[in-house]
Design a protein around this ligand. Structure first.
Ligand code: DGJ
Length: 728
């Protein structure tokens, strides 16, 4: 009763808040603030987003009050602005004139959720705009909910998750551009007049090519450790559009949401549509500062299923064997990984299929039964073998896809996405199709793949969930003819529903999110996954670059980084020393992906040293605070990054030589994130087999010296690299 009264009192206060502040609503995190003007009957306006200010009057006095529509709707205000929302009403009207009718705010876990309700002046369309501000991390999520109160279906022609207004100046954006095996290259450019669009239309995977995140540097060319920076991540795994519009000399407008192209969503009467959340951060500490906010949010607020846990050191069979797996080879690999000191073995593609055994990528997806020729004693023999060796066992699946050569396709051809009357467009192996996740029967089937595996083999501790196809056949035999345009969106809603069901039953199983490498590294899926496969490219030199870009938004304990085999086919047979390969993989969740039988003695010894050292360093690497010090993209010949713990007592520092030529200047590296008044010892780790620690190892420096003067690291030979533990 007491609590109820308290709540009543609080909601009374909340109602008062609007009038008490003449309509100003502040949405606050520990160091940031978003200010909105909400006036009953008026348009919701955004005034400010940035560092916290104590007195809002100062914003107005300084002329920093932006006063622009928070959710520009087509028909409400300023028709030259791009709309964030446009609805085609049942009667053909395309306008919305949104009036704020209500504001409330409530606590939800570690956050405060602010809800603004708006209604069209003419038509019964209700729009709720949400802002969720976290109390312990500088992230604000925003999204909308659109409710159709009309008597007939309406069409959401545009339904962005959020919109930000930015003061013009020397504003730069950094977005992740890439490709398969060359993911997440941070691409920076100054914002100029006109419209800039970043979009992905793969359908099923949205982080190859262009990814759904962007950094905005407000103080000129992006810097890692300094400068006001806004980071934005759209938490969605489907097609998206991020766009910047610059129409006057005063403001840039940023919009983020589902790409409406081929997805103008039809909303039935009484139905509500919730857009994906857009997560925003602001930091005064450059790109790295914004990254740290995202990493903390991911790990502490459930946006990465693993949370603060560290990932096991594993061996994955793919690059060592490809499809050539059998029981003897699996057991040999388990022997090897346990001898190296690893903790988990993952059997990748190639283990399944009865009528159509999986010998290559042309068949069997959908037939999730053991291939008895390869594994005569079933999975049980493998989980037993893992247990006997003191390691865990994991398995690969690709549940959302099917090959036309499969028993599943013979039984349920209608479960594949397709267009009646049109020839099927076939993907990988010339036979691969995407299952129709809008269909509840398919959702049940996908759930059952995981459920059967885990109930029949309770010792499976890890699943690698792959997705190697884009949606090429835009058609669902399940969705009605007049709802086909909902397909791209409903596919992902169906996938999310299935993942939620899996997680409700199996909260503890570790699941890797893989999509031909990093094709699904996004915050739409990570709440259900523990980590993602960063890239199908495991060349250590290229990984320095790929992991660099990936770390802009994703924390180290989400990034699966594996030591590969050399010569490496993906980069034309490049050979990189094992020490460099280990050091690069150690900066994320360490693993190994090769046939250990083919390793030299030196490679085996270095790998064992690396794994032993990594176990000591792992908590700081995987859950620490990241400072990117020297970018490989800056072409200084050296790349460097480091992690520190919250108490600034420990750190781990990585240095990689990425170029090699005569008379090469090696930059002095200044560290970051340390306590200036503390004294630290540098201890070299993963020392190259046969070598002694470098001259720096064991030397003591103050945090101030390390951060202000910096260190010259001996990096002589090609592919030289060093890992230091920083100990106070
Ligand atoms: C693509 C993944 O990215 C690889 O790691 C591997 O699992 C293959 N699929 C298997 O087909």
């Amino acid at each position: 009763m007491k609590e109820k009264l308290c709540l009543l009192f609080l909601s009374f206060l909340t109602t008062l808040t609007i009038s008490a502040w003449s309509g100003d609503v502040t949405i606050e995190t520990p160091n940031t603030m978003l200010v909105l003007h909400a006036r009953e009957g008026g348009d919701l306006r955004m005034a400010y987003y940035g560092a916290r200010v104590a007195n809002l009057q100062q914003l107005r006095d300084a002329g920093a009050d932006l006063n622009s529509s928070a959710l520009p709707a087509f028909g409400t205000v300023d028709m030259v602005q791009l709309p964030a929302l446009q609805v085609l009403h049942a009667d053909g009207d395309l306008n919305l004139e949104l009036q704020t009718t209500d504001y409330s705010s409530h606590a939800e876990g570690n956050a405060q959720v602010h809800v603004f309700t708006m209604q069209d002046k003419l038509q019964p369309i209700i729009v709720r705009m949400f802002y969720k501000a976290y109390r312990q991390v500088d992230i604000i999520e925003t999204w909308t909910e659109i409710e159709n109160g009309e008597k007939k279906p309406v069409t959401l022609k545009r339904y962005d998750s959020g919109h930000l207004v930015l003061r013009q100046g020397d504003v730069w954006i950094t977005h992740m551009h890439g490709n398969w095996a060359a993911e997440t290259e941070p691409t920076s450019e100054a914002l100029t007049g006109g419209v800039k669009i970043i979009r992905n239309t793969d359908g099923a995977r949205n982080a190859h090519l262009d990814a759904p995140e962007v950094m905005v540097s407000l103080d000129g060319r992006p810097q890692e450790l300094t400068g006001r920076t806004i980071g934005a991540a759209l938490c969605w795994s489907g097609n998206f559009e991020l766009r910047f519009n610059t129409i006057s000399h005063k403001e840039h407008h940023f919009y983020a949401g589902i790409d409406p192209q081929s997805s103008e969503y039809i909303l039935d009467p009484k139905q509500k549509f919730e857009t994906p959340h857009l997560a925003l951060t602001f930091s005064n500490e450059g790109l790295s500062g914004a990254s740290r906010n995202f990493h903390r949010w991911a790990r502490t607020e459930g946006m990465l299923h693993r949370g603060m846990k560290v990932g096991d050191i594993l061996l994955n069979s793919w690059e060592g064997l490809y499809f050539d797996i059998d029981e003897a080879r699996m057991i040999q690999m388990m022997d090897d990984i346990s001898k190296f000191g690893g903790e988990l073995f993952v059997m990748d593609d190639g283990w399944f299929g009865d009528k159509y055994p999986r010998k290559n990528d042309t068949s069997s997806l959908g037939d999730w039964v053991v291939d008895k020729n390869k594994l005569p004693n079933g999975l049980r023999a493998l989980t037993d073998a893992a247990r006997e060796r003191g390691i865990k066992f994991g398995i690969w699946i690709e549940p959302e896809n099917v090959n036309t050569t499969s028993e599943l396709f013979e039984q349920h051809p209608e479960w594949a996405l397709q267009v009646k009357g049109r020839q099927l467009k076939l993907g990988r192996g010339g036979t691969q199709l995407v299952l129709d996740m809008t269909n509840p029967q398919v959702q049940d089937f996908v759930f059952k793949i995981v459920d059967d595996l885990l109930t029949q083999n309770p010792e499976i501790a890890y699943i690698k969930w792959d997705a190697n196809a884009s949606i090429q056949n835009f058609g669902s035999l399940y969705l009605p003819k007049n709802r086909q345009q909902n397909l791209y969106v409903d596919y992902h809603l169906g996938l999310l529903k299935t993942l939620q069901r899996i997680r409700a039953k199996y909260p503890d199983i570790v699941i890797q999110d893989c999509a031909s490498g990093g094709g699904r590294a996004n915050y739409g899926l990570l709440p259900y996954f523990d980590e993602f496969w960063v890239s199908d490219n495991t060349d250590a030199l290229q990984r320095v670059y790929i992991q660099w870009g990936t770390s802009l938004f994703f924390p180290a304990n989400a990034m699966a980084c594996h030591i590969n085999h050399c010569p490496y086919w993906n980069t034309g047979g490049r050979v990189i020393p094992i020490k460099f390969r280990c050091d690069v993989a150690m900066s994320g969740r360490l693993g190994i992906e090769l046939q250990p039988k083919d390793m030299t003695d030196e490679e085996r010894q270095q790998t064992s040293t690396c794994m032993a050292d990594y176990k000591q360093l792992r908590p700081v690497v995987q859950t620490g605070n990241l400072y990117r010090l020297l970018s490989p993209y800056d072409r200084k010949g050296v790349a460097s990054l480091m992690y520190t713990d919250d108490a600034q007592q420990k750190g781990v520092w990585f240095v990689y030589k990425v170029d090699n030529y005569y008379d090469q200047p090696i930059p002095r590296i200044r560290l970051a994130g340390l306590n200036p008044d503390a004294t630290y010892t540098l201890v070299e780790k993963n020392i190259r087999v046969g070598q002694r620690p470098c001259s720096l190892s064991g030397k003591r420096f103050t945090g101030r010296f390390l951060m202000e003067v910096g260190i010259e690291v001996p990096l002589r030979e090609e592919y030289a690299s060093r890992v230091f533990s920083i100990e106070s």
